[in-house]
Design a protein around this ligand. Structure first.
Ligand code: SF4
Length: 308
């Protein structure tokens, strides 16, 4: 109810899918509201970090906005400034307090991410601070009165983007995926059929790896030595595209074999899978319930609370 429509309309994946999937009717709330559903799934566990791929960074950014908006709407505390002052007094020597104030100002005035992370580190490193004081100082950094819902950061791996077979983002909607447990024959067929640098029309035409989706897979799967071989062979037409694809096919097949082996015991024992899911759901439900207590409390919705 508190998310402006325009935030959802400018999510890049929404615009991207509208451009790419013209034959589908995407003018539905389901497509528009999906990122917000993800935000709810994130915020209900109040995480500090969310491990995502590069294409999800914008979703997490929107989630941060939603958290901040909720905090600003429902986290007002008339005594906030006084409490922050008291907590700041406990942060450490005058030098640390001045550093905190300067970094906060820098972040608020110019949106500097470095200043924000520097100030956060300063607060986190003050091991002597009590939890409530730490929360107050962290909330104060982002101009929030109360950190009811922490605004989470993204956690990216060194390879935050796995391209699809056609070079676009890998997505089931685009039909350009390789499944984690895909069979070798199918992997072989799919990678062989991948398009390459359009400049390499003939075997004798040199190419540019950066213009080729296969190169993206090499960046993910191949050693430096193999990549040097590809670069040299591609730019001089010393190797053909099928030669180039071979090491990638081998690596993906090896990974998929490991995944199939790991999956096998669960495929034959669905009861064990159910058990694992139930145990995880129990832990997740407890965390979610505790967040909902905070949320309902802030919104005056707990049983017995008077409407205001
Ligand atoms: S040689 Fe490799 S990198 Fe170069 S165009 Fe062919 S598949 Fe792509």
């Amino acid at each position: 109810m508190i998310t402006p429509l325009s935030w959802l309309e400018r999510v890049p994946t929404y615009k991207d899918q509208q451009a790419q999937l013209k034959e589908k009717d995407l003018a539905t709330y389901g497509f528009l509201g999906y990122p917000l559903l993800q935000s709810a799934d994130i915020l209900i566990y109040r995480p500090d970090f969310v491990p995502v791929g590069e294409d999800q960074v914008a979703h997490v950014e929107m989630t941060r906005e939603v958290a901040r908006r909720f905090n600003n709407l429902y986290g007002r505390d008339p005594a906030f400034a006084k409490k922050v002052k008291a907590a700041l007094g406990k942060l450490g020597p005058a030098e640390a307090r001045e550093q905190y104030t300067a970094l906060r100002r820098s972040h608020q005035e110019s949106g500097t991410a470095d200043a924000l992370s520097g100030a956060r580190k300063l607060v986190q490193a003050a091991g002597h601070l009590e939890g409530a004081d730490r929360e107050l100082l962290l909330a104060n950094l982002e101009g929030e009165h109360h950190r009811l819902l922490p605004a989470p950061e993204v956690l990216l791996t060194p390879s935050p983007k796995v391209p699809g077979l056609d070079g676009r983002k890998m997505s089931k909607s685009y039909g350009n995926t390789i499944r984690l447990t895909e069979e070798p024959e199918s992997i072989d067929k799919k990678v062989r059929a991948m398009s390459t640098d359009p400049a390499r029309v003939r075997r004798t035409d040199p190419g540019t790896p950066e213009k080729c989706p296969v190169w993206d897979l090499h960046k993910l799967y191949s050693s430096e030595e193999t990549r040097a071989w590809v670069r040299q062979g591609c730019t001089t037409a010393g190797i053909g595209c099928l030669d180039c694809k071979k090491p990638v096919i081998e690596r993906i097949c090896a990974d998929a074999t490991t995944m199939r082996e790991r999956a096998a015991p669960y495929l034959t024992n669905p009861a064990r899978v159910r058990e694992i899911l139930d145990a995880g759901a129990k832990r997740a439900n407890a965390a979610a319930e505790s967040t909902m207590q905070v949320v309902r409390g802030a919104m005056n919705l707990l049983p017995g609370a008077s409407a205001s």
